[in-house]
Ligand binder design. Structure first.
Ligand code: SAM
Length: 243
């Protein structure tokens, strides 16, 4: 992370190339994308016009596909600044692009949001992206999310939300690390194990960790209402809010 690049490029190496291995060490990740899609679908069902969805951190397209499949009356702009990740989504989701349901931005999340007009987006959806951000950058992103959403617009984020009880959080993270070792040593992928452990240190560092109460308070500070933590699965949670 530098002043020029105020975000961490943690998905450029082996993690990005072999991102599909995540489902082995974090089965919740796939479920979370499904849940994000469900929230988006339910929101779209209540509207009778075309809905604009901006997705932050589309990655290889797992969450993007869940969103696209959730309703017919939506179009997605999927933002991701890591080419190794986004190129996989561009390949697997090319039919959705051809059908004019999906477009991509390779800007970083904050720049992409800053380029959008105020009150122009119906739904802002994301999974496992915001927790990667530096806390200062995340605060700016949240304010921009609020700005670009239309009044009444939906924010949904399925992500790592650190538990407020630090001891419980630590035990949960320890179990998670145990799972990484079990799965990745069994298939002899010590290279991936190393990268995911290094990545986890970034997630858990004081200037990145997205602690539940702090994160929800930040959302309230920028103006969101009806802020709800809908489901928690260990260190993972589904958070929704309305502008
Ligand atoms: C863990 S992946 C999640 C991908 C997908 N949503 C899923 O759940 O499978 C996080 C993604 O966020 C992207 N990302 C991280 N920081 C970003 C930033 N500042 N701007 C845009 N994308 C970012 C990474 O490149 C990566 O593809």
């Amino acid at each position: 992370m530098t002043t020029d690049k105020p975000f961490d490029a943690m998905f450029s190496g082996v993690i990005g190339q072999e991102y599909q291995m995540l489902k082995l060490i974090c089965p919740f990740a796939t479920e979370m994308s499904r849940l994000v899609g469900e929230i988006v679908g339910a929101y779209c069902e209540r509207q009778n016009t075309q809905q604009t969805v901006v997705e932050l951190g589309g990655g290889t397209g797992i969450t993007t596909l869940a969103i696209l499949s959730a309703a017919d009356n939506l179009k997605v702009l999927s933002v991701d600044n890591e080419p190794i990740m986004q190129s996989q989504a561009q390949q697997s989701l090319r039919d959705w692009v051809a059908a004019d349901r999906l477009s991509f931005s390779s800007d970083d999340a904050l720049s992409a949001l800053q380029a959008l007009p105020s009150d122009s987006v119906d739904i802002l959806a994301s999974a496992y992206t915001l927790h990667n951000f530096h806390i200062d950058y995340r605060r700016q992103v949240l304010a921009e999310i609020y700005r670009v959403l239309k009044p009444g617009g939906q924010f949904v984020n399925g992500d790592r939300y650190a538990l407020d009880d630090i001891s419980v959080h630590t035990r949960s993270t320890q179990r998670e690390v145990g799972g990484y070792f079990k799965v990745l040593t069994e298939i002899n992928r010590l290279d991936l194990l190393e990268h995911w452990i290094v990545h986890l240190f970034n997630d858990e560092s004081e200037n990145h960790v997205m602690r539940e109460s702090v994160a929800l308070a930040q959302m309230a500070d920028v103006g969101f209402r009806e802020i709800e933590l809908q489901q928690r699965m260990e260190v993972n949670a589904l958070v929704t809010a309305i502008k």
